[in-house]
Design a protein around this ligand. Structure first.
Ligand SMILES: CC(C)(COP(=O)(O)OP(=O)(O)OC[C@H]1O[C@@H](n2cnc3c(N)ncnc32)[C@H](O)[C@@H]1OP(=O)(O)O)[C@@H](O)C(=O)NCCC(=O)NCCS
Length: 166
């Protein structure tokens, strides 16, 4: 997977070459997400089906709050030009962990970037003592469910998710 270690900030310093269009190799790195990544991240989410951006507060303020509460468990993947090609927000309330906004640009899919983003979050949350992580997947996102199934995650058939707007 091309990981070679971490720097002082805990960011991944190694990379992986990813075949992009026309087989031109692209090196993709992963680093922590910061609020300044919002515009590029939102652009990725907007062009990615299945993100359901209307369902939560996905404004700059809303996303910044999540990142600032979870500064070491939210990540972006970026290409050689610094463009954001993947995101994953890992959050915890101190008891359980959650992953939000996992997305990989369609030109970069199938090269393990999603797996790497999830692994980074898992490592950070596990180190904090979190023993369970959940993810919300809408029922018609079959591709997303296949991804999580391939990661070894299991659907819960004994619960349904309910919410209310405040
Ligand atoms: C889900 C997503 C993040 C996967 O990113 P990715 O970088 O392509 O994932 P990986 O390359 O790490 O794939 C890991 C494994 O997941 C499975 N997988 C990934 N995409 C898949 C797809 N479209 N169909 C079936 N299986 C898939 C495969 O088993 C794959 O392993 P393999 O390449 O050895 O076969 C990406 O497809 C995406 O952004 N989808 C749209 C947004 C979304 O649905 N997010 C999840 C909602 S919570």
């Amino acid at each position: 997977m091309g990981l070679q270690g971490s720097n002082k900030t805990g960011d991944e310093v190694a990379s992986k070459s990813v075949a992009q269009e026309k087989d031109k190799p692209q090196t993709v790195n992963i680093r922590r997400m910061v609020p300044e990544d919002y515009d590029a991240s939102y652009a990725l989410w907007s062009r990615t089906p299945g993100m359901h951006l209307h369902s939560l507060n996905n404004t700059y303020g809303g996303i910044s709050e999540v990142i600032l509460h979870n500064p070491d468990s939210s990540f972006v993947a970026f290409d050689e030009s610094g463009g954001i090609v993947g995101t994953a927000i890992g959050a915890t309330d101190g008891r359980k962990g959650y992953i939000y906004h996992l997305a990989v640009d369609e030109h970069f899919r199938g090269h393990g970037i999603g797996t790497r983003l999830v692994a980074r979050i898992r490592d950070v949350l596990q180190a904090k003592g979190i023993e369970k992580i959940g993810v919300f997947i809408v029922n018609d996102n079959i591709q997303g469910q296949q991804f999580w199934g391939a990661q070894g995650w299991n659907p819960r058939s004994d619960v349904t998710y309910w919410d209310i707007d405040l």
